[in-house]
Design a protein around this ligand. Structure first.
Ligand code: SAM
Length: 317
C-alpha cells in the first residue's frame, strides 16, 4: 500500500456545520449543484450520508470543496470521519449549565464539532499552546459560528484544575500531539521517514507517550470531570493502548476513580476495536476504537473514553 492507493479508498468527508446549516438544507443545496444521492465511489458526482456519524456526508475522493462558497462560509467542515468520533463519543449535553474543555484545540475541527453538539449552549474552553496555531483556531471558530467557545492561548498543563473558572467542567476532550502515523497523505509522503532507525523511532514514540500520559493524568485532576475522551491519529500501540493502560493504573485514576467507559457507550456499531494483546486486561480493548488507515475508508485513528466510577455516566446527566 502506498499513500495514493489508500487515499483512493477514502471518500471526501464533509461535516455539515449544524451551528449555521442543517443536513437537509445541505443535501438540497448539493443536489441543486449537480450532485446525486449515489455511491460516491462509482459516481464522481455521487454523495451519501455516513452510517455512523450524524451530519456527515461522503463524496467521491477526488471532490474538492476548498473554493466552494459553502466551505468558505463555514457551513461545511472538511473533516475525516475518524476525527469525528471523539466529539461524538464525548457527547456533552446541550444545556446552559454544561462546561467542557477541549485541551488541545487547534486547528479546531473537534472544537467546532463539540460546539455544534452542545448546540452553542453552555461553555467550551478551548486551549492551544502554540501561538500560530491558536490564531488559526480563532479564525476557524469565528468562521464556524461558535458562540459558546472561549479560546485561550495556554498550555493545558499550566491550567490549574482547582481554578474556580473550571470548577464546573464535566467533559474533557484530549487530542494531543502524536506521531501522526495514521494519516494517509494524499500526496504519498510518508510521515515516518525511512531513514529513521528503530531505536530513534522508539525514542520518539516513548517521549510522545510520556507526554500523552501526563495530559490524561492532568485532565483527571479537574474536580467535577466525569468523562474524558483521549484520541490520536497514530496507529502505534505505544501511543494508544499503552497510554490508556498506564493511565488506568495511575494514581490519578485511582484517586479520582476513573475507569474505561463500557462498549455500549463508545460507538458499539463500529466494528474495529482496540488491540486486546496490548492491554493488561484484554477485555478492556472492546471499549476502545481503532480505525485502520485506508482499511476503514478513514485515516488511522484511536479513541478511548474514561469515566468516573460511581457516578451516573449517561449523557443526559
Ligand atoms: N483537536 C484538533 C482538531 O481536531 O482540529 C487537533 C489537535 S492536534 C492533534 C494537537 C494540538 O495540541 C496541536 O495544535 C498542539 O500545538 C497542541 N498542544 C500540544 N500540547 C499542548 C498543551 N500542553 N496544551 C495545549 N495545546 C497543546
Amino acid at each position: 500500500h502506498n499513500g495514493d492507493d489508500r487515499a483512493a479508498q477514502i471518500p471526501r468527508y464533509v461535516r455539515v456545520n449544524t451551528l449555521i446549516w442543517t443536513s437537509d438544507h445541505a443535501m438540497d443545496a448539493f443536489i441543486s449543484n449537480g450532485y446525486n444521492l449515489m455511491d460516491p465511489f462509482t459516481s464522481s458526482r455521487g454523495f451519501a450520508k455516513d452510517e455512523h456519524i450524524p451530519n456527515l456526508l461522503l463524496f467521491s475522493p477526488q471532490t474538492t470543496f476548498h473554493d466552494d462558497p459553502v466551505y468558505k462560509s463555514g457551513k461545511i467542515i472538511l473533516q475525516d470521519k475518524a476525527s469525528c468520533f471523539p466529539a461524538v463519543v464525548l457527547s456533552p449535553p446541550s444545556r446552559e449549565d454544561v462546561y467542557v474543555i477541549d485541551a488541545t484545540a487547534a486547528p479546531g475541527n473537534k472544537t467546532s464539532h463539540l460546539s455544534a453538539i452542545m448546540g452553542n449552549k453552555g461553555k467550551l474552553f478551548a486551549f492551544e499552546r502554540d501561538r500560530k496555531r491558536f490564531k488559526t483556531l480563532q479564525m476557524m471558530l469565528s468562521k464556524a459560528g461558535c458562540q459558546n467557545v472561549e479560546a485561550l492561548n495556554l498550555d493545558f498543563l499550566t491550567v490549574d484544575p482547582q481554578d474556580a473558572a473550571y470548577r464546573k467542567v464535566t467533559h474533557i476532550l484530549l487530542d494531543p500531539s502524536c506521531s501522526g502515523s495514521g494519516i494517509v497523505n494524499r500526496l504519498d509522503h510518508l510521515l515516518e521517514t525511512e531513514e529513521e532507525s528503530k531505536s530513534e523511532k522508539d525514542e520518539r514514540l516513548t517521549k510522545l507517550a510520556a507526554f500523552q500520559l501526563v495530559m490524561i493524568k492532568h485532565a483527571m485532576k479537574f474536580p467535577a470531570v466525569k468523562r474524558i475522551v483521549y484520541s490520536t491519529c497514530s496507529v502505534h500501540a505505544m501511543e494508544n493502548e499503552h497510554v490508556v493502560r498506564d493511565a488506568l493504573k495511575s494514581e490519578e485514576a485511582e484517586s479520582s476513580g476513573f475507569k474505561l467507559e463500557s462498549l455500549e457507550n463508545v460507538l458499539p456499531q463500529w466494528k474495529r476495536r482496540g488491540l486486546p494483546d496490548e492491554m493488561d486486561n484484554p477485555g478492556d480493548a472492546a471499549s476502545l476504537i481503532r480505525c485502520s488507515p485506508g482499511g476503514d475508508a478513514t485515516n488511522g485513528f484511536f479513541v478511548s473514553c474514561f469515566v468516573r466510577r460511581d457516578r451516573n455516566t449517561t449523557n443526559d446527566q
